[in-house]
Design a protein around this ligand. Structure first.
Ligand code: FAD
Length: 463
């Protein structure tokens, strides 16, 4: 029996089989999949290898899971199978402050890493807004971004190497120092379809000498978007450049009382970090550009507390949506910065057509839009309106030369949309890479690639 084999290998406390326990692992922050056959909570890489071997013997697909904060159905068991939850593999394994690197287990929560090494003056830069709960393993698998990725880069720029358990249960290691193929970069962002991450070597950065945060208000999102383009076009890349529209700012302010203005059309949250001596000149240049582009006010955060409050509001924006509607759907698309005004205009039109309230809080510096479509899921007509408007936003982004995902990944949600941006040949090339790592497609099946192969077909041929 599958359950007995798993219990023999990992111990009874590390294997969940009761339906009420399994239900907890059937969903992520986007959707719900099937009930898995079992959930395992390994403590070591050897445990993970053992689980993979048992899964293969029982023809069970394998779904790695971090904190389940993913927004595209990546961690849901689309075909059932065995969910490997990494909550118990959550330790900082090695820390080398001199070489500014650390080795961590995949279940370590993103923010915990920076907290644990804070006294050394170092930090881990990728900061998805979910960083209080999402895991380094999940961040690696989705190549997570975040507000500060504008200047620091996304997760892939901070991963130095990986330990991977492959689809046979064998362990291999990669490093960006390897000659030959750069497998580390190929594995980052592969959403659990090429291998299971069991350890990560991360790059750490020195905390900046000085950090400043400013707020600029604008009459509308178009003017704020123009300012974003102009800032970067002038050769200034702040550490973060985030935008909120009026609806979002009001919800955030009501929830956090952080000091966000609520009487403007859009607000830009701008952060720069670096040497203290450079800050005044930087502020003058940024404020001048903002004013030229129609800013109605410019304000500097005066203290660390004020900066922290503004960031808490920004990073908690999704939660604040509860102030304006029972449910929201968060779309994730990316366009060129110069087309941001057009993209935002399209979002507004689409929401108006479907009579939905939309709140925009997003990584403006990256052109990464996150329209939040507010609705009540008890009303089927609103659910339908959200589905259709979400798809229309996707099409509008593609029409502007954008992508179907800025940072949340493809997962289950957007796999059909892949055909809108990639040709059959492109997808076939990606599928060949997948087949090298996982020829039987047992690792996180039904993700990334458009449907067309039913679940039974992803089972091993020998089954
Ligand atoms: C409020 C909120 C704000 C968010 N803000 C951001 C943001 O700013 N930027 C951003 O990029 N994302 C954001 N997200 C999305 C989400 O938090 C990220 O995608 C995050 O990286 C997922 O991490 P997780 O630990 O929750 O992974 P999960 O959701 O559990 O899994 C995500 C994917 O990773 C795979 N996976 C997990 N662990 C492993 C492993 N050890 N080995 C192989 N594959 C694995 C899963 O199979 C799945 O495909 C946000 C989500 C929420 C709810």
């Amino acid at each position: 029996m599958l359950h007995e084999r798993l219990i023999d290998a990992l111990g009874a406390d590390a294997v969940k089989t009761a339906p009420e326990d399994l239900a907890v692992y059937a969903f992520d922050a986007y959707t719900t999949g099937r009930l898995p056959s079992a959930v395992v909570l390994p403590r070591s890489t050897n445990d993970v290898s053992a689980v993979v071997r048992i899964a293969r013997a029982y023809d069970e697909p394998i779904v790695p899971r971090g904190a389940g904060t993913g927004l595209c159905g990546g961690a849901v068991p689309a075909c059932g199978g065995i969910v490997i939850s990494f909550t118990r593999m959550n330790r900082l394994l090695e820390f080398d402050p001199v070489r500014r690197r650390a080795r961590v287990q995949p279940g370590l929560v993103n923010l915990e890493l920076s907290k644990q090494i804070a006294s050394s003056g170092l930090f881990y830069a990728p900061d998805p807004s979910s960083q209080k709960v999402s895991t380094i393993g999940g961040n690696v698998a989705t190549n997570a971004g975040g507000p500060h990725c504008l200047s620091y880069g996304t997760t892939v720029n901070h991963v130095l190497g990986l330990e991977i358990v492959d689809e046979r249960g064998d362990v291999f290691q990669t490093s960006i120092d390897d000659t030959g193929y750069d497998l580390t970069s190929a594995l980052v962002g592969s959403e659990g379809t090429l291998g299971i991450v069991t350890a990560v070597w991360v790059r750490l950065l020195r905390q900046p000498e000085s950090t400043r945060v400013w707020l600029a208000t604008f009459p509308d999102v178009e003017a704020a978007s123009d300012a974003v383009s102009a800032i970067v076009a002038n050769g200034i890349v702040p550490t973060a450049l985030e935008m909120m529209d009026r609806t979002a700012a009001r919800a955030v302010e009501a929830a956090f009382h952080a000091g966000y203005p609520t009487d403007c059309g859009a607000v830009l949250l701008i952060e720069n970090a670096g040497y203290e001596d450079d800050m005044q000149a930087c502020e003058s240049a940024l404020a001048a550009i903002a004013r030229e582009r129609g800013a109605t006010s410019w304000r500097a955060a005066r203290s660390q507390n004020e900066r922290d409050a503004l960031w808490a509001g920004r990073k908690g924006a999704a939660g604040a949506m509860g102030r304006i509607s029972p449910n929201y759907y968060l779309q994730d698309v990316c366009v060129r910065r110069s087309t941001l005004p057009k993209a935002l205009h399209a979002v507004e039109e689409i929401a108006r057509t479907y009579r939905l309230t939309v709140a925009n809080v997003f990584h403006a510096g990256d052109g990464n839009l996150h329209p939040m479509l507010c609705y009540d899921k008890r009303d089927p007509s609103q659910v339908q309106a959200v589905i259709e408007s979400g798809n229309e936003i996707l099409r509008a982004a593609i029409a502007l030369g954008g992508t179907v995902s800025g940072e949340h990944g493809i997962g289950f949600e957007k796999r059909e949309a892949m055909t809108a941006v990639y040709s059959t040949d492109d997808l076939a090339a990606m599928a060949r890479v997948r087949d090298v790592f996982d020829p039987q497609r047992v690792l996180n099946p039904e993700k990334i690639f458009p449907s067309g192969s039913a679940c039974p077909e992803v089972r091993p041929q020998s089954a």
